[in-house]
Design a protein around this ligand. Structure first.
Ligand code: GLN
Length: 454
C-alpha cells in the first residue's frame, strides 16, 4: 500500500531520491514467511520505514543530496540502518534532503525540491524535508532523519508530524555522512508520539563503532509514552523559555503555542517561565562551530578516494587542479558558503576570536539549560518562529533569514540535550510545532510529557 501511495504521489512531491521497492517487498515477504513459521518477531517487524539519504545503505545509492555523491553506493551499512533491518522493517527508500544536511527547506538538494504535502507552494522544512513529507503524505508510516541544528524537529513542525532529536551520543552516528560531528544526531519522524517512541527504541543504543556513543541501556520509550498518556500532565512543570517568543515570531505561531500551553494547564500542568540569557548568542555560536566542522568534514571529498571526480577544463592535471575542479562542480552554493565560512573561522589568527569564543558560548548554553531544568521538568517553545515558508520567499537569496529560523532548535544541539517537536494545531491552515526539551539522557521524559500533551 505504501509503495502504491509513493507511485501515486511522489513524482510531484519528490520526497524520495531512491525508492527501494524490491528491497521492501523482499523484507515484507521474509516477515510473512517467518510469521507463518511461528517465529516471534520484534514489534515493528513488517512496518515500513525510510532513511534520509545521508544514512549509508550498502548496495543502495546514498547521495547526501549532492552531485558529489550522485553515483555513490556505500560498501557498508550505517548502524541505524542495520538496526531497522534487524527489526525486520522493510526499507521503502531514501529520502530527499538539503545537500549534506545544510539547510532548512530541502531546496538545497541536487535532486530537486520536495513539496510540503499541506501546501505545494511551500517548503516541507529541512534538512530532513523528504523524511517529514513522506510521513505527512502517508507514503511511509515512519522515517529516520538527522538533526544537527533542527533538521528533524523543524520539518516535523512544518508538516504536522512528530520529530525527535535524541540526546547526543545515544543513537549511533556510524555510517551517517558527517556534517557537524559534535552535534549530528539521528532521530525518528512519525505521525504520533507513540510511533516515534517505537522507532526511537529501535534506533538507540551503544555502538562500539561510534567513539561518542553513550554506554547507557536504552529506556523503554513506548512504556514512557503509555505512562504519559495514562497519567496526563498533572503536576508536570513546563518551563516556557523567555528568549523564544516575542518580536520576530509569527503571531499565529505564538497563538497556537499559547493554546497548547492553556490546554496543558487545564490538565494540571504547572507553567513557569525560565530565563536562558545565553540563548541570545546561541545562533551565532552555532553558525561558527557548524561551518568549522563542516569545512573539516567535507575536506574528504577530494576527487581521489570516492565520489565525483572532475578534470580541470584547461591547464595541467595535477592533484590540486583535479581537487579544485571536483569541489567546484560537486558542491552547491550553500555548502561552498559554509566551507568558506568555516575555513575562515578556523584560520590562524581568527581561531580564538571565532571558534574559541563560540565554544565558550556553548558552555554557557549548557549551564543555562542545567539551571532551567531545576525549575521545570521539560522546557517548551514553538519549534520555529514561523510556519512553512513559501518557495523562493526567504530562501536562496537570503541565507541569514533562514539561519534566524533555527533559533529555537539549535540550542539543544549545542547542549547535546534531547528535543521533540509535536503538532500544536494550525496557524492560517498550516501546522505549528510545539517543542519539548529534556535534560541529557532523559529522552524518555519527552515521550511521557509529549504523550500527555498530544
Ligand atoms: N537548518 C540548520 C542548518 O542549516 C540545521 C541543519 C541540520 O540540522 N542538519 O544548519
Amino acid at each position: 500500500a505504501h509503495l502504491d501511495r509513493i507511485a501515486a504521489v511522489d513524482e510531484r512531491l519528490n520526497a524520495f531520491i531512491t525508492v527501494t521497492a524490491d528491497t521492501a517487498l523482499a523484507t515484507a515477504a521474509d516477515v510473512d514467511r517467518r510469521r507463518a513459521a511461528g517465529e516471534e518477531l520484534p514489534p515493528l517487524a513488517g512496518v515500513p520505514v525510510t532513511h534520509k539519504d545521508l544514512i549509508s545503505t550498502s548496495g543502495i545509492p546514498t547521495t547526501a543530496g549532492s552531485r558529489m555523491l550522485a553515483d555513490f553506493v556505500p560498501p557498508y551499512d550505517a548502524t541505524v540502518y542495520r538496526k531497522t533491518q534487524a527489526a525486520h522493517m522493510p526499507l521503502l527508500g531514501k529520502t530527499n534532503l538539503d545537500e549534506f544536511a545544510m539547510g532548512s527547506t530541502t531546496e538545497h538538494s541536487a535532486f530537486g525540491r520536495t513539496l510540503n504535502p499541506w501546501d505545494p507552494a511551500r517548503v516541507p522544512g529541512g534538512s530532513s524535508g523528504g523524511a517529514a513529507a513522506s510521513v505527512a503524505a502517508y507514503e511511509a508510516p515512519l522515517s529516520v532523519g538527522t538533526d544537527t541544528g533542527g533538521s528533524v524537529r523543524q520539518p516535523a513542525a512544518f508538516t504536522g508530524t512528530v520529530g525527535v532529536k535524541p540526546t547526543y551520543g545515544s543513537v549511533s552516528r556510524y555510517g551517517v555522512i558527517a556534517m557537524t560531528s559534535s552535534m549530528d544526531q539521528v532521530g525518528p519522524v512519525a505521525r504520533t508520539v507513540a510511533d516515534a517512541a517505537a522507532l526511537h527504541g529501535v534506533l538507540a543504543g551503544h555502538d562500539r563503532f561510534d567513539s561518542t556513543s553513550l554506554p547507557e541501556a536504552v529506556p523503554d520509550f513506548t512504556a514512557a509514552a503509555r505512562a504519559g498518556a495514562a497519567a496526563g500532565l498533572a503536576g508536570k512543570r513546563l518551563g516556557v523559555i523567555k528568549q523564544l517568543q516575542g518580536e520576530g515570531w509569527e503571531p499565529g505561531v505564538l497563538a497556537a503555542f499559547r493554546a497548547a500551553l492553556d490546554a496543558a494547564e487545564a490538565q494540571g500542568a504547572e507553567i513557569v517561565e525560565v530565563d536562558l540569557p545565553a540563548l541570545s548568542y546561541a545562533l551565532d555560536a552555532y553558525y561558527l562551530i557548524m561551518p568549522s566542522e563542516v569545512s573539516s568534514n567535507l575536506a574528504r571529498y577530494d576527487g581521489m578516494r570516492y565520489g565525483l571526480r572532475a578534470e580541470p577544463e584547461s591547464g595541467t592535471v595535477t592533484a590540486e587542479t583535479v581537487m579544485a575542479a571536483t569541489r567546484a562542480a560537486g558542491f552547491g552554493a550553500e555548502v561552498k558558503r559554509r566551507i568558506i565560512l568555516g575555513t575562515y573561522a578556523l584560520s590562524a589568527g581568527y581561531y580564538d576570536a571565532y571558534y574559541g569564543s563560540a565554544q565558550k558560548v556553548r558552555t554557557l548554553v549548557q549551564r543555562d539549560f542545567a539551571r532551567a531544568f531545576e525549575a521545570a521538568d521539560a522546557l517548551v517553545s514553538p519549534t520555529a518562529p514561523t510556519t512553512a515558508y513559501e518557495f523562493g520567499a526567504e530562501s536562496a537569496d537570503d541565507p541569514m533569514a533562514l539561519y534566524l529560523g533555527d533559533i529555537a532548535t539549535i540550542p539543544a544541539n549545542l547542549a547535546g540535550i534531547p528535543g521533540m517537536s509535536l503538532p500544536a494545531g494550525l496557524a492560517d491552515g498550516l501546522p505549528v510545532g510545539f517543542q519539548l526539551l529534556a535534560p541529557a539522557r532523559e529522552d524518555a521524559r519527552l515521550y511521557e510529557v509529549g504523550a500527555g500533551l498530544e
